[in-house]
Design a protein around this ligand. Structure first.
Ligand code: F6R
Length: 340
């Protein structure tokens, strides 16, 4: 599917990346299991990361929320949560390997004796993992971190499975990759339609349960970084107990186009809530589109909506005449932080 838009090509490569990441993660855990004693059953799993690296942890938490035996927490900060101890596997993800918040929490995790694994393409995190002989998945370098989602998330799935935190088979991962590959062309057309519907309106992304919550977050981040757009996201049913009152103000919010993300996991009562909400607040937003996840498994549903949002961010970048690749403000902030 050649085109002259490198970000779009990377987004379209999500299924191939997912499989490659999963295989790399499986290989790394097989090597680590050969070295280590059998660990106690984990009490929780903590994923460390920021931005385009952290979202894999968020997606895993959403995927695991209603099925996993242990809670999964995504930590996007310098500080490791107090409960994380030697029974709490920690996965530090930083695509560049040089993100200071992730490195700080990683150091604490190692110091506390947590079983730490690493997913990175290099940098200081790779060096530290080598020096301390920690299990590490090394993914190819040279990509914008947010466009390495399939590699990072695929590797994380394999590590979480090997740590006994989630139930997942290779077959499920392959099936999800197949669905994405089969549907990507159609979703690209759909993304174009969604971009036209949004026009110059303000994107509001509403999740409708724990599975779709991190997807709405991914949509927001991708619209921020690729389309250079501010985007609001929120979650039902909680939305119905506060945000519903504020809708329509300030005046700019009346330009909102709502993208509501539904999956099979969405509670039937939440579906009803969405219908009532859109009717009660008519006039407080410009338009609304309800989007249903595709696929059978939770993983398929999660990734179908992720890919649609990623494609929408590329379409919006094209429509706005901006280059989706550079994130100059993030780079400048990192440069300034590195100086002091
Ligand atoms: C850039 C991006 C950012 C980075 C974040 C953390 O594409 O999405 O959100 O992911 O600044 O950097 P890494 O991922 O290198 O730890």
């Amino acid at each position: 599917m050649p085109n002259d838009n490198p970000m779009l090509e990377l987004v379209l490569a999500l299924p191939e990346q997912l499989l490659a990441g999963y295989e790399a993660g499986t290989g790394a855990t097989a090597r680590a299991t050969g070295r280590s004693k059998k660990a106690d059953a984990p009490r929780s799993l903590v994923v460390l990361g920021m931005g385009g690296s952290a979202i894999s942890g968020g997606l895993l938490a959403g995927l695991a929320a209603d099925t996993a035996r242990v809670p999964v927490l995504c930590c996007r900060d310098y500080e490791l949560p107090a409960f994380a101890d030697r029974n709490c596997p920690v996965v530090a993800i930083s695509y560049s390997g040089n993100t200071e918040e992730t490195l700080a929490a990683f150091e604490t995790a190692v110091g506390r004796g947590c079983p730490v694994r690493v997913i990175t393409s290099g940098g200081r995190l790779a060096e530290e993992a080598r020096r301390r002989r920690l299990p590490a998945v090394t993914v190819p370098t040279g990509l914008p971190p947010r466009a390495a989602l399939g590699l990072l998330f695929g590797a994380l799935l394999a590590l979480a499975r090997a740590a006994g935190c989630i139930r997942l088979t290779r077959r499920e991962v392959v099936a999800a990759a197949r669905l994405l590959a089969a549907r990507r062309k159609a979703w690209r057309r759909r993304a174009r339609t969604l971009a036209a519907k949004l026009g110059d309106g303000a994107p509001f992304v509403y999740a409708t349960d724990r599975l779709t919550e991190p997807v709405a977050e991914r949509w927001r981040c991708q619209l921020n970084e690729n389309a250079k757009l501010l985007c609001h996201s929120s979650v039902l049913p909680e939305h119905n107990h506060n945000e519903i009152v504020g809708m329509g103000a300030p005046r700019a919010a009346t330009e909102a186009h709502i993208f509501a993300l539904l999956a099979r996991t969405t509670h039937p009562r939440t579906r009803l809530r969405l219908r009532h909400l859109l009717s009660i607040t008519r006039g407080a937003y410009r338009g609304a589109t309800v989007l249903e996840a595709e696929g059978e498994s939770r993983l398929e549903q999660l990734l179908s909506l992720v890919m649609l949002g990623d494609l929408l961010s590329c379409e919006l970048a094209a429509a706005r005449g901006v280059d989706p690749l550079p994130v100059a403000r993030i780079d400048e902030l990192k440069r300034r932080m590195a100086r002091n």
